[in-house]
Design a binder for this molecule. Structure first.
Ligand SMILES: Nc1ncnc2c1ncn2[C@@H]1O[C@H](COP(=O)(O)OP(=O)(O)OP(=O)(O)O)[C@@H](O)[C@H]1O
Length: 584
């Protein structure tokens, strides 16, 4: 994730069960109206448990009554009088069978309803999380975005976002299990209190014993996440640098690295399975011990046999709930690392430029002026540019020149409002750029750089770049960028599939697609940052003369080629004054 964030602690929790409260608090921040939906699902789940308990006790009674004829005298179920006092609950066999079938059907119905609701709610949570994470990537300041590994961002959107719905599902299951445990416990207490006490002791021992695994599950979550992130990062960089990998003959090296990382991912899943099997075995052993205790001590228990049998079956049916209760807590530990990643990305502050509502701007009438502007990137010792004052006049052409690293791109980024000066101000027609509505300012601008970020799609898609631009404007832009001449030679012309690498295009052809993309929206201000560096001189001159024919546009060009700089009316030289005078 963020390269500058400390990794999540893998230490075991001090108080094992408190993780539930921590996860609940985090989820409440992430999912509005959490409590209502959760409560409905938990109540439905508990009702399912209740109908199961009713079914079990009536089933036991039925088994005992099957041999009898007519109405059963007295209460059919031994614990009912404890709830209903002196009311005569004599039941005939058909009624008993009816109640039994009813409770089974009710349980099936509630179970299905709850699964459907859970699935809908969980998918909605996942959809919402993915949308929010994606939106966050688009709204965090660009400089902050650069702190993140791209592959990790893909991971967090595509897979780790599910941690939120999984945590929600786990909390719901925990609520249902706890409610069911309480209801079964009360039922057992009424039927056979010694067995209920044994059950209570079992629950506590179970919870205590599984608590020892909390730290291991948390560490497992951290290492599983690290292994998946490393694997995705390698895959991502291999795809990005495949040409270099092949040119340097590094295929085998990459294959070996991938196999090692892939094995690590497999190992963490196997470790997860082994830990699941261990905790399950522990849980089953504890259940066996408690059932054995009941069987061995049954003769000495002061409980009616039918009630003892019902309570023992209940205890047996209770075990999965106790087991699930603890395994859901362990899951909360395991998913902690992923959840922290989601939370940390979502807690990034939005770019104030996008959030603030400044004054809209419809055109650049006079000039963009830098007033004693300095800019320092985060975590750097020296500012990238210092004390700059100059103006870029509207409707004119201006060249920004200077040696590599002198801050030309940094200046363009400030004009694009991607970065704001750390000192000084930039004004547009006399208004502070920081007070101008960000999106209306961007409507006036278009930029093309040395490296063109192509995307999966056709030539047309790449020029249009998901904007509403008519085909005529795209054709016009391709003409001005001198791109039509090579596009028409492609087998499918503008419909030729490029892919994000556009391997079949030369560097200069890719740059011309980038230029056409910038021109297609017919911007008032066109910014070209070494955008023609890969073109031959003749084509470059043709491109500039075509661009300059479209009068009225403000053109800002960064180029290391003196010939290009000379084509511009104004020049801003970023060399230190001493260096300039030495050259004269
Ligand atoms: N994201 C960043 N974080 C930290 N420092 C940066 C960042 N981007 C650029 N810099 C630094 O800021 C300085 C100016 O960089 P910039 O890219 O603006 O120079 P440039 O004049 O455009 O260079 P070139 O002609 O090589 O493209 C350089 O020292 C560079 O290392």
């Amino acid at each position: 994730m963020n390269r500058f964030r400390k990794p999540a602690s893998a230490k075991p929790a001090v108080a094992y069960n408190l993780i539930v409260a921590a996860r609940f608090r985090e989820l409440r921040r992430l999912v509005p109206a959490l409590r209502f939906k959760m409560s409905v699902m938990i109540v439905l789940g508990i009702l399912t448990g209740l109908s199961e308990m009713v079914g079990i006790t009536f089933l036991v009674s039925l088994v005992f009554l099957l041999g009898q004829q007519g109405t059963v005298s007295g209460s059919a179920v031994p614990w009912l009088p404890a709830f209903f006092g002196s009311i005569d609950l004599s039941l005939s066999k058909p009624v008993l069978i009816g109640i039994l079938i009813g409770s089974i059907l009710f349980r099936i119905f509630l179970g299905c309803a709850n699964s459907l609701i859970a699935s809908t709610v969980n998918h909605r949570i996942s959809d919402r999380m993915r949308d929010r994470l994606y939106a966050k990537i688009l709204t965090i300041p660009f400089q902050r975005f650069q702190d993140y590994e791209r592959s990790d961002l893909i991971n967090v959107i595509a897979t780790e976002s599910y941690a939120v719905s999984s945590a929600h599902a786990s909390l719901v299951r925990l609520g249902i299990n706890l409610g069911t445990i309480v209801i079964f416990g009360i039922g057992m207490l009424v039927m056979a209190w010694p067995i209920a006490l044994l059950g209570l002791a079992f629950g506590f021992i179970h919870n205590f014993a599984l608590g020892f695994f909390a730290g291991a599950y948390r560490r497992l979550g951290v290492s599983a996440l690290a292994a998946v992130e490393a694997l995705t990062q390698l895959s991502w960089t291999t795809l990005q640098t495949l040409k270099a990998v092949k040119s340097f003959g590094l295929e085998t090296r990459h294959q070996q690295l991938f196999a090692t990382l892939s094995r690590e991912v497999g190992q963490t899943w196997r470790r997860s399975d082994r830990m699941g099997a261990t905790t399950s075995l522990l849980s089953e052993t504890l259940t066996f011990a408690v059932i054995l205790t009941i069987i061995l001590s049954s003769e000495f228990l002061p409980v009616d046999f039918k009630a003892a049998l019902s309570a023992t079956i209940l205890l047996y049916r209770l075990q999965p709930h106790i087991k699930e209760f603890d395994s859901q807590i362990l899951r909360l530990y395991e998913m902690e690392a992923s959840l922290q990643n989601v939370l940390s990305l979502l807690s990034e502050s939005d770019d104030i430029k996008q959030a603030s509502q400044g004054e809209p701007i419809t055109r650049l009438a006079e000039a963009i002026v830098f007033h004693n502007v300095s800019f320092a990137y985060e975590r750097t010792n020296a500012p990238a540019v210092r004390g700059l004052s100059f103006s870029i006049r509207a409707g004119e052409t201006t060249a920004l020149t200077g040696p590599s690293g002198s801050g030309k791109t940094t200046i363009l980024n400030m004009i694009l409002d991607l970065n704001r000066p750390t000192q000084g101000t930039i004004t547009v027609d006399g208004r502070d750029l920081a007070t101008i509505d960000h999106s209306s300012w961007l409507q006036l601008l278009s930029v093309s750089g040395q490296d063109v970020e192509l995307m999966e799609g056709t030539v047309l898609d790449n020029i249009r770049f998901r904007r509403d631009i008519p085909d005529e404007d795209i054709r016009w832009a391709a003409d001005v960028a001198c791109a039509t001449e090579f596009i028409e030679d492609l087998p499918y012309g503008f419909d030729e599939w490029l892919g994000d690498e556009a391997i079949r295009l030369s560097g200069g052809q890719r740059q011309r697609i980038g230029l056409a993309r910038a021109l297609a929206s017919r911007p008032q201000i066109l910014i070209l940052d070494e955008a023609t560096s890969a073109l031959d001189e003749e084509t470059e001159m043709r491109v500039f003369s075509a661009i300059k024919q479209d009068a009225g546009r403000t053109l800002i060009v960064v180029s290391h080629r003196p010939g290009v700089a000379r084509l511009m009316k104004n020049q801003i030289d970023l060399r230190p004054p001493a260096a300039i005078s030495k050259l004269r």
